[in-house]
Design a protein around this ligand. Structure first.
Ligand code: HEM
Length: 490
């Protein structure tokens, strides 16, 4: 399991681990014993067990001896994610009101409004026909702006912090290489500085936002304030950003499921649950046994380290039938992708909302999207899974090739006996039976009119100007329909 590079498909390994048992002890010389928790029931029990808690500072002294000198690691490990009992409840209560279902639902329109400009930008980057990187153009800015707005950070600054946060990911990985750890520490330091600066700015000039609220609630306890700001931005940005690439890749690999969501946007809610089940961005949750416990008949001594393999639990056949199948119509599985017990994800409502708003819009806007080469997964990617880069092309390669359009092939004088008829069809708008309006083509292809206009303007769909509007040759529309069907059939 432990390796410095990302594993493209870790799920067969998790299936083999489940065969070994629900609790698999692993021993490393000189270290506290570790236990892999592979099944859904045992993972859930572990998260809710009252004698199991977050990893302690002693553990990090053993595995990450320099953590106290790294401001980012230090902050995260002092945040509420690593606190227990009353301390944890105090922090959680302070933050929870900002993430309630009501407060989150009130942001629906604001979040939805972020999407069209980002999709426009994605398309502009693709006008030359070049692949675009979904991570760079969409996942990072969208997720950074959302958590930025919730916290009260202006968009441009939030995106800058988002990029630094992304590079800081290996901080909480199982066994990053020294170089990965070093880069993560440097990027994390930027995040820490940004959060400290924001807190100082709000102390000086209070605003009506989350940061100002926390500044006043924590009073002089600067370390606790910055720790929880660092946690909030990191947790609120990292997994939501990962889910976009991971989810899109599932749709690109399963075009029938993409079509279902495109045609039935109301499936967005179950789709996001299914994405999170099949590809949980948090793949492993770490815990320590506070006193001796027994899980699935295995006795775990105090100090034993537990690795809850969420990525394995989500594909446990005891949780859902046919677990490797991505099925957006599946009722929510009640899996553990947002954790469980006292540390259950604080931003689950927000994450669900932002994902369910994005996917139907993305899939409808670019129905012909395809993967463009292999994406790169973030490394080491054991605990936190996602793409580093996910290149896609928004239109079929080379656009709609003219040779695929029946009567519109450019005829050669020598080999086309019907050239006069073709020429007539190409140029005579008085043949209305052959020409469709943009509205008709959009309805036929089940895409927006804007998509058709874009294809026309990009020179990807032949058209004629008739007065102020366009007409699309029926053959061209039919050929595009064929490409679409082919894509969807996989
Ligand atoms: C798809 C997106 C997300 C996923 C998959 C996710 C997953 C998780 C998981 C698995 C945990 C528990 C970790 C553990 O117990 O070891 C967690 C905790 C947490 N998440 Fe999320 N999260 C997401 C989005 C968000 C968002 C948008 C926020 C907003 C701020 C957020 C804030 C937090 C916080 C603060 C905690 C710590 C809670 C505590 O310790 O009590 N998460 N998340």
């Amino acid at each position: 399991m432990v390796r410095p590079h990302a594993e493209e498909n870790p799920y067969p390994l998790y299936a083999r681990l489940r065969e070994l048992g629900p609790v698999v002890p692993v021993h490393f010389a000189g270290a506290a014993p570790r236990y892999l928790i592979t099944t859904f029931a045992e993972c859930a029990a572990m998260l809710r067990h009252d004698a199991v808690g977050p990893l302690s500072e002693d553990h990090f002294d053993e595995t990450y001896p320099t953590w106290r000198q790294q401001v980012f690691a230090h902050s995260l490990l002092r945040s509420m994610a690593f606190r227990n009992g009353a301390d944890h409840r105090f922090d959680r209560a302070m933050l929870a009101k900002h993430f309630s279902p009501r407060r989150t639902a009130a942001r629906r329109e604001e979040i939805a409004n972020l999407i069209p400009p980002l999709l426009d930008r994605l398309e502009q980057r693709a006008t030359s026909g070049e692949p675009v990187d979904v991570e760079r153009e969409l996942a990072v800015p969208y997720s950074a702006m959302i958590i930025g707005r919730v916290m009260g950070i202006p968009d441009v600054r939030a995106v800058r912090i988002g990029w630094a946060t992304r590079q800081s990911g290996p901080t909480l990985e199982l066994a990053p290489s020294p170089a990965q750890r070093q880069r993560a520490a440097e990027a994390g330091e930027q995040v820490w500085h940004e959060m400290s600066a924001l807190a100082a700015e709000r102390r000086l000039r209070p605003r009506d936002d989350l940061i100002t609220d926390l500044v006043s609630q924590y009073g002089p306890d600067q370390e606790r304030l910055i720790s929880n700001l660092v946690l909030l931005f990191s947790a609120g940005f990292d997994s939501p950003a990962s889910v976009i690439g991971l989810g899109l890749r599932l749709f690109l690999d399963n075009p029938q499921q993409a079509r279902l969501v495109r045609d039935n946007p109301q499936l967005a809610d179950t789709a996001i649950e299914e994405i999170l089940r099949c590809e949980p961005p948090v793949q492993v949750m770490f815990r320590v046994a506070i006193r001796e416990i027994t899980l699935a008949g295995v006795t775990i001594p105090p100090g034993g380290i537990l690795l809850g393999l969420v990525a394995s639990a989500s594909r446990d056949p005891a949780l859902v039938a046919d677990p490797d199948r991505f099925d957006v119509t599946r009722p929510p599985s009640g899996g553990l992708s947002f954790g469980g017990g006292a540390h259950y994800c604080l931003g689950a409502h927000l994450a669900r909302l932002s994902g369910s708003l994005l996917f139907p819009r993305l899939l409808r806007r670019f129905p012909l999207m395809q993967p463009a080469g292999v994406g790169t997964y973030r490394a080491p990617g054991l605990a936190l899974r996602g793409f580093e880069r996910l290149p896609v092309s928004l239109l079929p390669s080379g656009g709609l090739r003219r040779s695929s359009i029946g009567g519109l092939d450019k005829p050669s004088v020598d080999d086309d006996p019907t050239r006069s008829e073709v020429a007539e069809r190409r140029h005579d708008p008085r043949r209305p039976m052959n020409l469709l309006t943009v509205t008709e083509v959009a309805a036929m292809l089940r895409v927006s009119k804007m998509t058709i206009y874009r294809l026309v303007h990009a020179g990807r769909l032949p058209s004629f100007r008739v007065g102020q509007s366009y007409r699309i040759p029926a053959e061209a529309a039919a050929a595009l329909f064929g490409v679409l069907m082919q894509n969807q059939a996989g």
